[in-house]
Structure formats: C-alpha cells, structure tokens
Design a protein around this ligand. Structure first.
Ligand code: NDP
Ligand code: 8X3
Length: 253
C-alpha cells in the first residue's frame, strides 16, 4: 500500500463532519493536509490540535478567485498536492420543488457543483504534470436514488458522480485516480445545515437508528487513497445497516 507519509492532501470543508475526521485521520497517519472551510475559528482550533502537518486556509469554495489564490499561495512543503478531497457541500431544505426558495438551489449548485469544479480545475493540471494524484469527490446515495425533497441536492450529487466517472475517462493513461464516494445516512452537522439550524428537526433524522459516523467515511477515503497505485476505486456506495431501499411510490387517485 501507499505510505500515508507520502501524501499531501487538499481537503475542502474540514471544519465539521467527514472533512474534519479525515484531516485527523491523515495527519495522525503522517500525511500533510491543507484544510479549508469558511469558519476560521474552527480552522484555528484544528491547527492547534493537528500541528505542523496541517495548513489551514479560510476559503469559500464558491469563490473561484479565492480558490486560485489559495492554491497559488500554498506554503513550501504543501504545494505539491497529491490528493484532492472535494468534500465541502451541503443540502438546503427538504420541501417539494414547487415550494423552495430559489436561493437555496443557487447555493447548492454554487457549492456542490461549481465549488468542486473550482478546486478540481485548479489542482488537476499539477497532478497530471507530476503523473501522480487522486481526486476524491463526495457524492451521495442521493445522486443515484431519488427521494421526495431531494430535488436539487440529489441532482448536484448525480453531477458529482458522473463528473467523477468522466474524469477517469479523460485521465486514462495518467497515474491520477478518481473516486466517487457515495454515502447514505451519516450523522454530522449535515441535517442541522439542511434544516437551517433547527436542531430538533435535525436530531429526528438520527433518532432510534445507528447512522454512520464521520470516522466511517474518513476511513473509507483513507483506504481508497492509500491503496497500491495501480488500483482505482471508481465508486464506493455505503449505508448504515439500518438503511435500505424503499419501494416505488404509487399515487392512487
Ligand atoms: P457538515 O455540514 O458536517 O460539513 C460540511 C463541511 O463543508 C463544513 O466543513 C463546511 O465548512 C464545508 N462547506 C460548506 N459550504 C462551504 C463553502 N461554500 N465553502 C467552503 N466550505 C464549505 O456535513 P458532512 O460532513 O456530512 O458533509 C460533507 C460532504 O458529504 C458534503 O458534500 C455532503 O453533501 C456529503 N454527504 C453527506 C452525507 C451525510 O449524511 N452526512 C451523506 C452523503 C454525502 P464551513 O461551513 O466552515 O464553510
Ligand atoms: C446525504 C444523504 O439521503 O440524507 O447526502 O440525502 S441523504
């Protein structure tokens, strides 16, 4: 397997959830991590915890100029990114499409799609040039299976999955890997964000089930990125044991 000490990762959204767990997993194993997010106070706390192998960058991935500046300004020791983990993302709302606020759709498209493209476009050429790299994209089961209220969120994740597979097609012949990670129910701040701070509604999502936790997803990303260099995991779909598929719905008039 690949020695984690050889990895310099750029992980978006390390201020919470999967990204935070992954930054801890990587640095704990000897890798270097550039970790981004909008909440500077949380990045500062993580810097204190993780030390010299962690480089925090306060960044909104929706801002292309800021992404380019962040990549251009990486300090020595962190400038050769081998692994990009496009993790920053969010769902907003669970209302049917005809009732949503358009701003929420805009924010999801700008973050989950355009933010991911900004980071990928900025970092992929360096990986190809060095003939070494791995792009890991956080998609979701919501990109494969529709559910009521999943409208634009699920559609952004379908984009992420298909973009990941298309990247593989373009990268054939290069030593750059691409993986789409597609988790189901995992307890993070995801539902608090989706329900705009309504903690009671968010808590209900995880009531009386044993959901996945951030460390489960972090471990999976750690695994796919430390596999021997000739192996590429294209897609990884994962759910807690307490989640499975439902039947199709039929409206009887
Ligand atoms: P959290 O809400 O716990 O973490 C989301 C992270 O994304 C935060 O660090 C947040 O940082 C960052 N982020 C959001 N918007 C931006 C932005 N505009 N610019 C920079 N960073 C941003 O959620 P999860 O850890 O659960 O989610 C991580 C990813 O996994 C997302 O893409 C999500 O869609 C996906 N996912 C989640 C599942 C779940 O059930 N939890 C299941 C399947 C996929 P900050 O707010 O500081 O900017
Ligand atoms: C998050 C999974 O099913 O809660 O991407 O939308 S779901």
């Amino acid at each position: 397997t690949l020695d984690p000490a050889e990895i310099t990762a750029f992980v978006t959204g390390v201020t919470s959830g999967f990204g935070k767990a992954l930054a801890r997993r990587y640095v704990g194993a000897g890798a270097k991590v550039v970790g981004t997010g909008r909440r500077a106070d949380r990045l500062d706390e993580l810097k204190v915890e993780l030390g010299e192998n962690f480089h925090p960058v306060t960044l909104d991935v929706r801002d292309r100029e800021a992404v380019l500046e962040a990549v251009a300004g990486l300090p020595s020791g962190f400038e050769r990114i081998d692994v990009l983990v496009n993790n920053a993302g969010l769902a907003l709302g669970l209302e049917p499409a005809h009732l949503v606020d358009f701003k929420d759709w805009d924010t999801m498209v700008d973050t989950n799609i355009k933010g991911l493209l900004h980071c990928t476009h900025a970092l992929l050429p360096g990986m190809v040039e060095r003939d070494r790299g791995h792009v890991v994209n956080l998609s979701s089961i919501a990109g494969s299976y529709p559910y009521p209220g999943g409208n634009v969120y699920g559609a952004t994740k379908a984009f992420v999955t298909q973009f990941s597979l298309n990247l593989r097609a373009d990268l054939l012949g290069k030593n750059v890997r691409v993986t789409s990670i597609e988790p189901g129910l995992a307890e993070t701040e995801f539902s608090e964000v989706r329900f705009k701070g309504a903690a009671d509604k968010a808590a209900k999502v995880y009531e009386n089930v044993k959901p996945m936790v951030a460390e489960d997803i972090a471990e999976s990303i750690f695994w796919v990125t430390t596999l021997p260099r000739h192996l590429n995991i294209n897609r990884m779909e994962m759910m807690p044991v307490m989640q499975a598929f439902g039947p199709l719905a039929i409206h009887r008039g």
